[in-house]
Design a protein around this ligand. Sequence first.
Ligand code: CA
Length: 241
Amino acid sequence: MLRTEVLYTMFVLPLPWPFVKRFYLVSVISSTNFQLDIDECKGSNNVCDENANCFNTVGSYNCTCKDGFTGDGHSCSDIDECKGNHSCHVDATCTNTNGSYVCDCQPGFNGNGHNCRADLCNHYKNLSDANRKKSYETPSGSELCDSQLPEEWYRFVGAAGTKMPTSRVSANRCGTKYSGWLDGRYPTVEDGEVYKDVCFSNDAHNNCKSKKKISVKNCGSYFIYKLLHPPLCNSRYCGTD
Ligand SMILES: [Ca+2]
């Protein structure tokens, strides 16, 4: 919007006494050269929506809805990103908010909502067979092998015990010929996921003749193990109380 300014200009003329010593000349100037722009974006002039940005221009203005809103600038409404485009992870929950949205990893997953990773301590399978316990003497001819065990995270429960032993297990125990046991101490919760060697005992060697490196994690009240196929059959991962 342009406003015509009326300018009053004062001139002091050097006229001698007794003439009017001072003569005020009022010049009224009315010309488009003096039209000044009004900033419609300032104060009470702003007619844009409260969720819009106002851009003043010479003789006019523009209203543009802010990010997260849609409309003509004079009326802006929230976009529900959760119904359309959002960057929440597939394992996250999307919650719409005014002007934005929030992503939260679902229970059992950790992360910032845009990247969620399964909380391993809530995603494992149970090993519960009694013949997996280190005290179980393997009947001759019925040796089993964990080469058939899917390579996933496991927890020892029930008749299988509560964890893998950390001292040598004799050969021909826990339902196999080469009995598997964890070499070294267990990690703390703070240690997170750590690599550990599992030794498989046989008759001829007392120590770690055959071994496999696996991942172990302390979940506070129990341990979980990422069990991989053993290096040779018949071998099994043993449990203990
Ligand atoms: Ca929104």
